[in-house]
Write a protein that binds this ligand. Sequence first.
Ligand code: SAM
Length: 329
Amino acid sequence: MAPLVDPFGRAITYLRISVTDRCDLRCVYCMAEDMTFLPKRDLLTLEELDRLAGAFVRAGTRKLRITGGEPLVRREVMSLFERLGTRLGHGLDELTLTTNGTQLARHAAALRAAGVRRVNVSLDTLDRDRFAAITRWGRIEQVLDGIAAAKAAGLAIKINAVALKGVNEDEFDRMLEWCGEEGLDLCLIETMPMGEVADRSDQYLPLSLVRSRLRRRWTLAETDYRTGGPARYYTVAETGRRIGFITPMTHNFCESCNRVRLTCTGTLYMCLGQDDQADLRAVLRSGVDDAGLDAALRAAIARKPKGHDFIIDRTNRPAVGRHMSVTGG
Ligand code: SAM
């Protein structure tokens, strides 16, 4: 089948699937404290998620990332990983996930057995009290245990940290050092204006500034290493590990966008920072055959917008109303 190509000539080869809107943490920049979650009937079943993933792989998707909410809190999620894993080598090159790590100790070995080789673990701080404050109630020990279990299971780990002014900006030297000691890569992310949360304009920290501060202590050499995503990577001479920077605010990377995002209700978002969407649950539940499903994917990709226009200013208005937990980043 012809690969999916959008109106701007970008081949869509990467699908991110959010399997639940629920999370066991409430990171202050991501969710409101009193989130209302979806009723179960609105969610795609694991069979439906697998069928949609299969349609994307038929249409040229080579990489799947499972996210959330927190993907590892969805019941029976490991059976989805197992099914998706059978597509590796049959069109699919990589199956991976983004997790907060709290449930990783339980699932690391099964993830590896399903064919996962790399995981992204979100961790914004190494400080116990700060972790509890950012996540509203999380226990950092759970995440550190999860990371240890993932390492023991042979998974490569990248730590994702959102850079927050006045919250964790004094910690990046220590985090880089710790990642070096633990054999992990680190990726810093600028906070993006998604969903109504407390004032974001106070927390926005440009990574250009963070990088120049890091350079006082570390030798960062630019690399052309890419993981098919928007991060720009540098090698850290002192640790031999990599550090990546994702800068949606200071550098618009939409020209090389290769991805779309499916929510747990089957809504396909064509851009993280726009509202363009397609209701694939309705298509699925209309009893469509595979050819009809493929046509629906094509029609959706034909509407992928050129890019986002994130801006954080004093008005504190989000670029899109949905929280990051809807699409999983
Ligand atoms: N629960 C999983 C986790 O913690 O990785 C997956 C979903 S979480 C929404 C995915 C990533 O989005 C996390 O690294 C989180 O820190 C990040 N994130 C959430 N809200 C964000 C925002 N407004 N700007 C930038 N990153 C955000």
